[in-house]
Write a protein that binds this ligand. Structure first.
Ligand SMILES: Nc1nc2c(ncn2[C@@H]2O[C@H](COP(=O)(O)OP(=O)(O)OP(=O)(O)O)[C@@H](O)[C@H]2O)c(=O)[nH]1
Length: 420
């Protein structure tokens, strides 16, 4: 992705200029293109011209129009979430507003970080890539019938007739689900499921048997060998599509929890290390450049002590979001632990990666953090190292750590380069 990636547009309704200005500033900082509207006519004209990713509608409405009055127009013109900023609402009021088109509620006093979190997760949901389905079935006709149904529903489908080749596709195609026939000439679906379950890296891929088998004991036996469910082969197309969609969505969300840090939704420590090991091996094999950076928030203990652990968490989240939005397709970001982050720059030279890090450092230092009415700024230090042929992943981590240590020692709020 180029640095000029298209920003998600958010329209905000406000009754007063200053009410929307701070919200717009923060949303802009976190990568949204935010427009604030005070007048009904300009708001609706903008909705007509460009439908935004999301609308934030305040219960106070606009200067010349109440929220109730504008809502039906917004619902008609909108194709994304409509978030309602409100003080308190009874359950029946919420139900009424939801029936009228509101999709989310954000409560006053406005916690901007929370609003941004919500927009982030709505955005992520809207970017979800199609589900990938691997069908293992020796019957060409049956396999194609199911593949067509799922393909027409927008899913990516791979059909495999020989179950003995399943590992090739588990690695290359990385399916969200495997639909497995039970009776096949080369080996049974039960047997192949049992073998797949020997490999922990495929643990989180659900295997569902599609079979004409109706004997409950045989079905249970198949599930005990590593299958997650048993569906009848002759199920209606719509039911198959719905069942696959529900299962994939559930497992994707479980996988996210397994691989991501719960506070920041970035890759967690274990997965950062695993990714780095893979990238190091690949970079060496293909003679590609790889830089690795360690980022650490400055004087973080003081932030916790002065404003409390909750505000400390908020600072961590704000840096996580900045990193996630800045990295684009240049690499990956993870939470290494505590207030420390790891960044992998794939195919990027040390100097270019250091320049990027320095841009992020300056942007983070400019971000206003808040604790109630108190506003403050936070900085980070970082160390960066380039992969050399004689290094393994741990040595690359150590090199970045040393450079970070130098940056801290030299006064913090700067980038240290490892010279080797
Ligand atoms: N709020 C919050 N605090 C955390 C978290 N993880 C670790 N910490 C705290 O982060 C602080 C890290 O402090 P130190 O590593 O001593 O360093 P520092 O104060 O950041 O100072 P320098 O790194 O030397 O600039 C400790 O007080 C930890 O308790 C977290 O998830 N949330």
């Amino acid at each position: 992705m180029s640095e000029k990636s298209i920003k998600p547009i958010v329209y905000v309704s406000a009754r007063q200029v200053h009410g929307g200005a701070e919200l717009a500033r923060q949303l802009t900082f976190f990568g949204f293109e935010c427009h604030v509207f005070l007048k009904k006519s300009s708001f609706l004209a903008a909705m007509h011209t460009t439908a935004p990713f999301a609308v934030v509608l305040s219960e106070a409405g606009l200067e010349d129009c109440s929220a109730d009055e504008i809502l039906p127009f917004v619902v008609k013109l909108s194709c994304g979430p409509i978030l309602y900023l409100t003080s308190t609402l009874s359950i029946s009021q919420q139900i009424e507003l939801m029936n009228n088109g509101i999709t989310d509620f954000i409560y006053f006093p406005l916690d901007i970080q929370r609003l941004i979190d919500r927009l982030d997760s709505l955005l992520e949901r809207s970017h979800n890539t199609p589900y990938r389905v691997l069908i293992v079935d020796d019957s060409d006709a049956m396999g194609r019938f199911n593949a067509d149904a799922l393909g027409q529903a927008g899913m990516q489908v791979q059909l495999l007739k020989n179950p003995l080749e399943v590992f090739l596709l588990l690695e290359r195609f990385v399916p969200d689900i495997v639909l497995m026939d039970v009776y096949m000439p080369q080996c049974s679906g039960n047997e192949i499921a049992k073998v797949i379950r020997q490999y922990t890296q495929f643990d989180s891929i659900p295997i569902v048997f599609l079979s004409t088998e109706t004997n409950r004991n045989k079905q249970l036996m198949a599930r005990s060998m590593g299958g997650d469910d048993f569906w009848v082969k002759s199920m209606p197309r719509e039911e198959l599509v719905a069942s696959v969609g529900i299962t994939c969505a559930r497992y994707r969300s479980l996988r996210r929890w397994m691989t991501c840090d719960s506070l920041t939704a970035l890759l967690n420590h274990t997965n950062v290390i695993e990714l780095l090991e893979r990238e190091v091996a690949q970079a060496k094999k293909e003679s590609l450049s790889l830089s690795f950076a360690m980022i650490d928030i400055d004087h973080f203990k003081k932030i916790n002590n002065s404003y409390g652990h909750g505000i400390g968490d908020q600072v961590i989240k704000s840096l996580a979001r900045l990193l996630r939005q800045s990295i684009h397709n240049d690499g990956s970001v993870g939470r290494y632990g505590g207030e420390k982050f790891a960044v992998l720059f794939a195919g990027t030279s040390l100097i270019r990666a250091a320049q990027k890090l320095d841009e992020w450092r300056m942007r983070f230092a400019e971000l206003t953090q808040s604790s109630g009415d108190i506003q403050f700024n936070v900085t980070f230090s970082a160390g960066i190292a380039a992969l050399k042929n004689n290094m393994d992943a741990q040595q690359l981590i150590d090199a970045a750590d040393q450079a970070l240590y130098q940056a801290k020692g030299a006064g913090r709020n700067q980038i240290g380069l490892h010279n080797n």
